[in-house]
Ligand binder design. Sequence first.
Ligand code: HEM
Length: 234
Amino acid sequence: MWLINSSIGRKVVMSVTGVALILFLTFHGCMNVVALFSGKAYNMICEMLGANWYAVVATMGLAALAVIHIVFAFILTAQNRKARGNSRYDVATTVNAGKVEWASKNMLVLGIIICLGLLLHLFNFWYNMMFAEIVGMPAKLSPTDGFGWIQETFSNPVFVVLYIIWLVAIWFHLSHGFWSAMQTFGVNGKIWLKRWMCIGNIYVALLMLAFIVVVLAFAFGCAPSLCDAAACGM
Ligand code: HEM
């Protein structure tokens, strides 16, 4: 199948799965921003998602997207290195030295940092919430108390630092990935590529700042309490 056998096919797979993952992050970022205003509203969303069949199916779909994206990333990197042989850094060291972005040269390294951060994140949240609910595992907090789990996680400064590093790595990875996907989808011409690069940079910056603000708000105690005024009707 050309999607797997050809180089352009593999790039299309990377781009489609990448854009789908950005859409998930957009939903997840918007959901997290709710925690800045109302703990009760945030937990209502967590309860709605919970371990219901549709949430479990969505999680499986998401995991499949992430696995395909990661496997194809390794295949494409190996293929590029094989094609360029020992001179795989030529592009960066000769004519285009100033033009090649740092993120573009380090997509795989950024991807690995992101995967490690994701494992930590899934342990902190998914394992204590959805998994705990499915298997009936007793935990410190209720599996639907997402707000409580956020408070618990970011009361630890080590997690705050690790999450900020992780989110900045995702920021770099996405700012290159978004634009690269547009190129794969056939956007060409200097003007349109520049426009997409600008749109991508603004979109990704807003998205990642939303995640970072949530981490910092909980770390510095600026988030509402669970029974905030809006949720308690005061
Ligand atoms: C401020 C930062 C973040 C917070 C507070 C946060 C919070 C949460 C919470 C509470 C859940 C459990 C939701 C539930 O099961 O109802 C969750 C799940 C998850 N988060 Fe995050 N998240 C953050 C950043 C991220 C980022 C940057 C990514 C991706 C790179 C991510 C990926 C996921 C995934 C894949 C799940 C499992 C989703 C599922 O079960 O379908 N999160 N997160």
